[in-house]
Design a protein around this ligand. Sequence first.
Ligand code: FMN
Length: 408
Amino acid sequence: MHEVFESATIAGISLTNRILRSATHEGLNDAQGRPTEACIKLYERLAKGGVGAIITGYVGIMANGKSPLYNMAMLDNDQQLPAFKTLVDRVHAQDTPVILQLAHCGRQTRSKITGFPTVAPSAIRDGMYREDKPHALNDSEISDIISHFTAAIERGKKAGFDGVQLHLAHGYLLSSFLSPHMNKRTDNWGGSTENRFRIVKEILQQARAIVGDYPILAKINAYEKSADGMQLEEAVVVAKYLEKYGCDGIEVSNGIIEDGFWFSRGKFPFDIIVEDNFRLKHMPGFLRQLIKPVLEKQLQSPQPYSLFNLKSAEQIRKAVNIPVIVVGGIRKLSEIRDIIENDRCDFVSMAKPFIIEPNLVQKFKSGAQMESKCINCNYCVIGIEARPLKCYYGRTNSFRRSSETDHF
Ligand SMILES: Cc1cc2nc3c(=O)[nH]c(=O)nc-3n(C[C@H](O)[C@H](O)[C@H](O)COP(=O)(O)O)c2cc1C
């Protein structure tokens, strides 16, 4: 039987317990996408707070895949290396591993921010960002993206990260290749699951030739909202392919941005949506109230808010022999104990709970607290579009920092 607070390994990465910080975009980077001192301090606090390993917020691999969120981290050229190396060294000084999450945002970004048209496997307009139709990538552009991912994996190794995690979830570029909802191609990159997986296979194979047995993990969607999106049965096949082509561990999530609050479930944060959206902010109050139910429907967060990927993760775990991490609505130590001690998954990860309490694992371990203080108000998710990450603790008319969050 496994225990939560025992040492464990993922692909040779040593953790002091089975709880990871799931990737959380922080926006604590400079204009070039280099982690700032504030970012490093946050990671140090997480490490000192007892987390088993930290997965970074998503880090960009090339300019046209930059996030629309505030100041994404970028590891798209060698000049970025010293800043990332400093971050890694400071986390390692706290005896905590740190895993680099790599992403290309595909059609889920804004041309105004990247300076380029959005790109995707197929020219299907994104329902949330509402840009023009994305440019459907051709063969040589796909090869270029594969090379950029491979180069970023190599940079991750050079910077000293303990491993990388490919972001294959939430509708970003690689996830959009996997999803039949976003990939309607009829060539080698679309159609069958095998063809839709091809871009990931190429990245894994090309990267392995360069970085050897360096840990490469992946975060995948077990399911998506639309009927023609990724569903569990196919996600199991994707997981098997990942194992076959050398992936070292899988984190299980769900949903794409267009789905609304599916992957980060909780309340509908209308006040901060209004505050951060220029059009809504300057709209007469009565119109805003009319729009609220429409938006609420579009961005709905389905129940349950807790453990919403666990059943899928268990199914995926049964199909593979590499470690499976489950994320999504995990808030209580009792839930984590159940997952680990009853061998339902190998590891758990959390995102929002560590925003309000970077030292949550320490509190769990000492018995000082049994449950996260996060109330799933989801202000943090919207707030990162316009400013660095913080916990608003459900504030409805003020974006002042909560006294509960002492980490910024
Ligand atoms: C503010 C915020 C930023 C996030 N940034 C990322 C990210 O960069 N990469 C990623 O894979 N998931 C990201 N997520 C999703 C989380 O990793 C996680 O999958 C999701 O929030 C569900 O876990 P939770 O219920 O513990 O918050 C983010 C979530 C939040 C709330």
